[in-house]
Design a protein around this ligand. Structure first.
Ligand code: FAD
Length: 529
């Protein structure tokens, strides 16, 4: 009996020692880049150094840049983020910190080489984040308070339950609120409702000193304007208060094809000239894209044309080499159900698209906003989503679009024998943007966005990259004053040029809100140059 209990005690002791050893074994080998004192802080259990954690944040949608951080923070509360930044700020040698939303950048913008990446999306699993709540106030009407880590698709789903929705969208909704507000957030809704950054009332931001600041156009306004379009340089957005309007039910969605570039852009500009928020006869959405011999009419960005129309469209494309596709949408609900067709007819009267090449769809509001998702799922299933994406996004002054059409679409893109992916081309109104914000746009009342949204193989992305460089070179040589959207620049000089007259303020704001230059180093503005 005594022998048995001695054996039991021995076994228990061995078990205890084994458990202890394995727990200690898991105590991670501390990285040389970060202070070991970090391990002793209250949030250290959320700080991960394992290869899987590092790998999960060391690439992005672009699949072209790979940078390993020293650690990844999976915050369970905003306080975790504040403590991390404060710790770095007060450290003898501060380390860099990058918020990562959904990692849908294409040039490493959410990476932090040897620093700490804060995986914002992990806040979605904790009650200590902001979540999504819909409220009403006498001065603002309905609005949503939304965590910076939330995906726009979830903002749509939550707000629509209350019969409301934001008015300004991106084409693709699986992006975080913090990620798009750090750029601008644009789509066919921008000409009328402004970019997403123009639809924010207030934000909570953790600055580069680790302070949580609530800011708006009235209070702490310098931080508010700095952060909107600020490329993550001034703070981490943990909450944004977003404007809401009653959600429409359905959408008339139209595409028209043009063989003539100036007729196409003239019609686009005519349609965006009706842009008052309360103007009932205005479109709700206007975009444009190119159909070229090197690519199919339907693509992942949205499958629109019925297969029965594809031969007719392809024959038009073959005849002209480039066809310009104007895409428009008008929302409606029970009240406007009987008038929407008439309103559209009125709007489209006199437009110069090729006779017989207007196509129409009638879809639910949510299906329209989430139109890119099915293309994404299809590419995922074919293993074609996680491939390199050598993208180039530009804003062009309206006065130079003809030069761009000839010099880029005809003389560069058409002449290369590489498959074109999606090429977007549509105008916006400058008056819908606020110049106090950090986002940079051309200095003309109307400007265009052009997006070369290429997907490539792992062994041929250089051809696309070269094409992008040639496009930039052409613009430079032709004196076309483009601004990059989702900018990628290679030198400090290029950044100064990018921000132009806003550079001084941008730099001063950096010195004020992130004086130790810790935040979003992957943008390569103040770091790694
Ligand atoms: P991430 O790539 O994770 O981060 C982007 C930058 O923002 C990084 O510098 C990061 O440090 C910073 N950041 C992230 N979260 C925060 C935060 N909470 N606070 C402060 N800084 C933060 N853009 C459009 O405007 N319109 C479109 O229609 C559109 N469509 C797209 C479709 C696809 C398929 C893809 C891949 C991208 C698209 N984009 C579009 C671009 C997209 O808006 C940007 O790349 C955006 O930054 C991605 O959001 P994210 O959450 O993945 O951000």
């Amino acid at each position: 009996m005594a022998e048995n209990s001695t054996i039991t005690i021995c076994l228990m002791a061995i078990l205890f020692i084994t458990r202890l050893a394995s727990t200690l074994g898991k105590s991670r080998p501390w990285t040389g880049f970060l202070s070991p004192r970090l391990q002793t802080l209250h949030f250290s259990r959320n700080l991960h150094l394992e290869p899987d954690a590092i790998k999960s944040v060391s690439s992005d949608y672009g699949n072209l840049v790979h940078e390993n951080p020293a650690a990844v923070l999976y915050p369970s509360s905003i306080e975790d983020i504040t403590s991390l930044i404060k710790f770095s700020y007060n450290n003898y040698t501060p380390f860099t910190v990058a918020a990562r939303g959904h990692g849908h950048s294409v040039g490493g913008q959410a990476m932090a080489s040897n620093g700490v990446v804060v995986d914002m999306m992990s806040l979605r699993h904790h009650k200590n984040g902001t979540g999504i709540t819909v409220s009403k106030s006498p001065s603002l009407g309905f609005y949503a308070d939304v965590g910076g880590e939330q995906l726009w698709i979830d903002v749509l789903r939550s707000t629509i339950e209350h019969g409301f929705a934001p008015v300004s969208w991106t084409d693709y909704l699986y992006l975080t609120v913090g990620g798009t507000l750090s750029n601008a957030g644009i789509s066919g809704t921008t000409f009328r409702y402004g970019p997403q950054i123009s639809n924010v009332y207030e934000m909570d931001v953790v600055t580069g000193k680790g302070e949580v600041v609530t800011c708006s156009s009235r209070s702490n306004s310098e931080l508010f304007y700095a952060v909107l379009g600020g490329l993550g340089q001034f703070g981490i957005i943990t909450r944004a208060r977003i404007a809401l309007e009653p959600a429409p039910k359905r959408v008339k969605w139209v595409r028209m094809l043009y063989s003539d570039f100036s007729a196409f852009t003239k019609d686009q500009e005519l349609l965006i000239s009706i842009n008052g928020r309360k103007q009932k006869n205005a479109l709700d959405y206007l975009e444009g894209s190119l159909l070229m011999v090197q690519g199919p009419p339907n693509n992942w960005r949205s499958s629109f044309f019925p297969s029965s129309d594809i031969p007719k469209i392809m024959s038009l494309v073959t005849q002209h080499a480039i066809i310009y596709c104007l895409e428009a949408a008008k929302y409606y609900d029970d009240e406007t159900r009987h008038t929407v067709d008439k309103d559209l007819q009125q709007l489209f009267k006199g437009l110069s698209f090729v006779d017989g090449f207007m196509f129409e769809k009638d879809v639910s509001y949510v299906d329209f906003l989430n139109r890119v998702r099915s293309g994404e799922e299809k590419l995922h299933s074919q293993g074609l989503w996680d491939v390199p994406h050598p993208w180039l996004n530009l804003f062009l002054p309206k006065s130079r679009i003809s030069d761009f059409n000839k010099g880029v679409f005809h003389d560069i893109v058409l002449k290369r024998n590489i498959t074109t992916g999606v090429v977007l081309f549509y105008p916006m109104n400058r008056q819908k943007w606020d110049d106090k914000m950090s986002a940079v746009i051309p200095d003309e009342d109307v400007f265009y966005t052009v997006g070369f949204l290429h997907s490539s193989g792992f062994d041929d992305w250089q051809a696309y990259d070269q094409q992008n460089k040639d496009i930039l070179k052409f613009c430079h040589q032709a004196g076309i004053e483009i601004k990059q959207y989702l900018p990628l620049h290679n030198s400090y000089k290029e950044w100064i040029n990018h921000f132009g007259s806003k550079w001084r303020r941008f730099r001063e704001r950096k010195a004020q809100f992130d004086p130790k230059m810790m935040l979003s180093p992957g943008q390569r503005i103040f770091n790694d140059i």
